[in-house]
Design a protein around this ligand. Structure first.
Ligand code: SF4
Length: 268
């Protein structure tokens, strides 16, 4: 993942924290006399609590930025960075909307930062059970075979959709593969399979919500491609899924640096 893709989320989050601190200070300044009337010393207590919260989130973002940019695990647990990412995501999206930025662009940046953090902490995943989680829309709409849930073996490997290629990749790397029809089934599969990490293919919306819902479980997101519009006959660049599997397997030699959602030919 290239630097500029990750930078967007971090820059908006940094700007958002600064703006929030400025607004919080203004509010605190305006209501301080009233707070003091309620209880002498209350303004200082409220101010100190707000400062502490801002400090913790700023440090969290700093550690996330450093880890995502350097690709090294820097004094963090997935639980802490996950909490900070989860807290930061809604205000970042709101700020981006105020700046009239394309939502999906910000979500792609969030996914890129998340992926960098997952890779930075991959030592805790390597060797453990991984799961390849796919959306139903990757299957050809006119395919008569039911492959959702635990029925992936029903795929005949005819090659009319990308499921055949993903299945052979999963077999090559020894990963269980599950096609989920939605968030509820995906959550059930995660509970049943108990993986230490997930490689998930989906659109920007499903990936960001899936990643946030699954924290602290590491989810490496690969964006699908939608040549026929959303949720219908989608596909995915197999080289990106293979790269993710190779990175988790510790075989990163020859893995090309790609931006989230972009395959070797540069097709978005
Ligand atoms: S590759 Fe599998 S899922 Fe896709 S159309 Fe063929 S049989 Fe159906």
């Amino acid at each position: 993942m290239k630097l500029r893709e990750k930078k967007l989320f971090i820059l908006i989050a940094g700007g958002g924290i600064l703006a929030l601190v400025a607004v919080a200070w203004l509010v605190w300044y305006l209501i301080s006399p009233r707070l003091n009337e309620l209880y002498p010393g209350l303004p200082e207590i409220v101010g100190a609590a707000a400062l502490l919260a801002a400090f913790v989130i700023t440090i969290g973002l700093f550690v996330i930025a450093l880890s995502a940019m350097t690709g090294r695990r820097i004094l963090f647990s997935q639980r802490i960075t996950g909490t900070v990412m989860r807290v930061l995501f809604p205000p970042v999206l709101m700020l981006a909307a105020l700046m009239r930025m394309e939502k999906d662009r910000v979500k792609r940046s969030f996914i890129a930062v998340n992926n960098a953090l997952v890779m930075a902490g991959q030592d805790s995943i390597r060797g453990g059970k991984l799961l390849l989680l796919l959306p139903h829309c990757l299957q050809a709409t006119d395919c008569p075979h039911k492959i959702t849930g635990g029925l992936i073996d029903n795929c005949r490997g005819c090659g009319r959709c990308v499921i055949a290629g993903l299945l052979s990749l999963a077999n090559e790397f020894g990963l269980p593969l599950v096609v989920a029809t939605g968030g509820t089934l995906a959550r059930r599969v995660i509970v049943e399979e108990r993986p230490v990490g997930i490689i998930a293919v989906a659109c920007e919306m499903d990936l960001t919500s899936g990643i946030r819902d699954s924290y602290p479980l590491p989810v490496y997101g690969v964006l699908n491609e939608r040549p026929h519009g959303p949720c219908r006959d989608t596909t995915v660049a197999l080289d990106m899924v293979r790269d993710a599997m190779r990175l988790f397997a510790g075989d990163d030699a020859g893995v090309q640096e790609r931006e989230t959602g972009t395959n070797e030919t540069g097709t978005p």
